[in-house]
Write a protein that binds this ligand. Structure first.
Ligand code: NA7
Length: 542
């Protein structure tokens, strides 16, 4: 720390959904001195970076994938489609930043290169790539669950001479595919959303698929005036339902598969398929994500749909997913499978024809060579833990997070880490994150963090820190929930399986509503599982 070190009560890293709300809440509702830092050139986090063609919210979106805290905001923002396009989400976040005067307290194009806890001062000091230092009692990491791009390291890939873009780092300028042969690696949400758009323009698209996916029709459509008015009028109730029903306001069906004949069940699946969105997953029968036989039946139903859409049987065969339905992030598509009926799209199944190397102008697989002018990497992210590890804060005794998280992403409540006092995560490992509506999840998490900070300040304490015992029991708690489902049996980014060498651990809390109840219980029990330090003379309240 130098005399030029700026002093705050709280520093926030990131200005996506989580960081923006944290700034608003801590500054405007608590009156703290707060500064936010973001390496990007503007607000938006994930939505600032993921500008690939076709990007949309891949969950029931408008108007639920949005902030819930302000009725005025709900009343004034005009959502237009049921599945919000990426540029609209970004425009919304820009509007929020202006409307709540947040921009003046965010420093853009400023990477936080180091964050260190000073035990004597009970404060965090950060350094930035602009040569600044700043210090605060509390560090709030809203660094994004899907931020650190996963870059494949195939032999020769760096020698590829054509244009190359990762979907999570898409250029701000329009990318033209016209007259180009485009190779796309990856068929998660980003690949499945972008491939139909790229195919409309490109001369040829070759899709390199490692894992075929269950994608459900999004059935995107314009929102009606009536729907919007109803949502606005009922907003309080909707918000309460979202909080109680796992992030979404929909009532889920509690019917049992055993009460129906196979024919009746098939009719239910058909109806939910036609309805589109995630209904087949949340609204068919109780236990789809836990009962292997039931899940197998739904899996087979989706496979039959893929077969009926894709005309070439060989391509359809390659597109057959074989993992448990919905245990990887369920994808909502807009004409993905239909795209394979175009003459200018071909599919390479990497399980039988793996990539061996890149040349400056082609991808060489075991059975052939695929000339390409452009490479699109839709290869996803080092999800959830990756962005915290990129920040790599140094806690008590100089211990770095990379050292602490070598074998396991230990944390308590998905928000705090033993050995890292006064540091909070939003959507960290062990939190519901993508298993709950993220904007509302961020609001609820921030409210809890704010209460915890208030507790520390009102009691003249200097530091709050999770205990290792609490971390161990939290780990058991979230794994017990996950182990009752089929999720841990699938190689997904939820399990860290997409990144070579990443520890295998379920990275989320599957019962979002229950999770927020647990946060309240912990606070009500006097912050059970936390140790507090009295404030030292020299430090905390500077
Ligand atoms: P995802 O869902 O992680 O998808 C990445 C895709 O890229 C997936 O099909 C991967 O196959 C594939 N992949 C990753 N690495 C490679 C290599 N080395 N070779 C071939 N294929 C590879 O990322 P998205 O960006 O699509 O979506 C991320 C989240 O954003 C999504 O879940 C939503 O919540 C929004 P795999 O399945 O791992 O075998």
């Amino acid at each position: 720390m130098t005399e030029h070190t700026k002093q705050y009560d709280a520093i926030i890293i990131g200005s996506g959904f989580g960081g923006l709300y944290a700034l608003h809440h801590l500054r405007d509702q608590m009156g703290l001195r707060v500064r936010a830092f973001d390496g990007a050139g503007g607000v938006g986090g994930t939505w600032w970076y993921n500008r690939y063609p076709g990007a949309r919210v891949d969950a029931p979106s408008s108007p639920f994938y949005a902030y819930t805290f302000s009725q005025e905001l709900v009343d004034e923002w005009e959502w237009t489609e049921t599945q919000t396009p990426g540029p609209s989400v970004l425009a919304y976040l820009e509007h929020v930043a202006e409307r709540f005067d947040l921009l003046e307290d965010i420093q853009f194009e400023t990477w936080v290169t180091d964050a260190r806890y000073d035990e004597a001062g009970q404060r965090w000091t950060i350094e930035t790539d602009t040569g600044e230092t700043a210090s605060a009692q509390f560090l709030v990491c809203a660094v994004g669950a899907l931020f650190v791009a996963n870059m494949p390291d195939y032999p020769g890939i760096n020698e590829f001479a054509g244009e190359c873009f990762h979907t999570g780092r898409w250029p701000h300028e329009k990318v033209s595919f016209a007259g180009k042969r485009v190779g796309v690696i990856g068929t998660g949400s980003s690949g499945i959303q972008s491939i139909p758009e790229i195919a409309k323009e490109a001369e040829h698209v070759t899709v390199f698929q490692r894992t075929p996916q269950y994608a459900l029709p999004a059935r995107n459509r314009p929102l009606t005036r009536d729907e919007i008015s109803r949502y606005r009028e009922d907003w309080d109730d909707l918000r309460t339902s979202m909080r109680r029903r796992g992030g979404w306001p929909f009532k889920t069906n509690r019917r049992r598969a055993s009460d129906h004949t196979p024919e009746e069940r098939h009719a239910v699946y058909e109806e939910l398929w036609e309805q589109g969105g995630i209904h087949l997953s949340i609204n068919s029968y109780v236990g789809v994500l836990a009962d292997e036989d039931l899940n197998g039946e739904v899996s087979e139903f989706v496979r039959s749909k893929i077969r009926s859409i894709v005309r070439d049987p060989e391509t359809a065969r390659k597109l057959m997913p074989d993992y448990h339905f919905a245990t990887k992030r369920l994808i909502l598509d807009n004409g993905y499978f239909e795209t394979y009926n175009r003459d200018n799209v071909s599919l390479v199944d990497l399980r039988e024809d793996p990539i061996e190397a890149f040349t400056p102008s082609s991808v060489r697989t075991k059975h052939g060579e695929h000339p390409i002018d452009m490479l699109v990497l839709a290869t996803g992210f080092d999800a959830v833990s990756g962005s915290m590890l990129k920040l790599n804060p140094k806690g008590r005794g100089g211990l770095s997070l990379a050292q602490k998280w070598q074998a396991r992403f230990d944390n308590y409540l998905g928000t705090t880490i033993a050995g890292f006092p006064n540091l909070f995560m939003i959507h960290g490992p062990g939190a519901p994150g993508v298993f709950f509506t993220m904007p509302l999840g961020g609001e609820l998490t921030t409210a809890w963090i704010a209460d915890c900070i208030r507790h520390v300040r009102e009691k003249d304490l200097g530091a709050v820190e999770a205990t290792e015992e609490a971390e161990a029991s939290w780990d058991r708690e979230i794994n017990e929930i996950a182990d009752r489902t089929l999720y841990p049996r699938t190689n997904s980014w939820y399990m860290g399986a997409n990144i070579p060498g990443k520890p295998r651990q379920f990275l989320g809390h599957l019962r979002g509503s229950h999770y927020f109840d647990r946060l309240s219980e912990v606070a009500d029990a006097g912050y059970e599982g936390f140790a507090f330090e009295p404030a030292r003379e020299s430090g905390a309240s500077d």
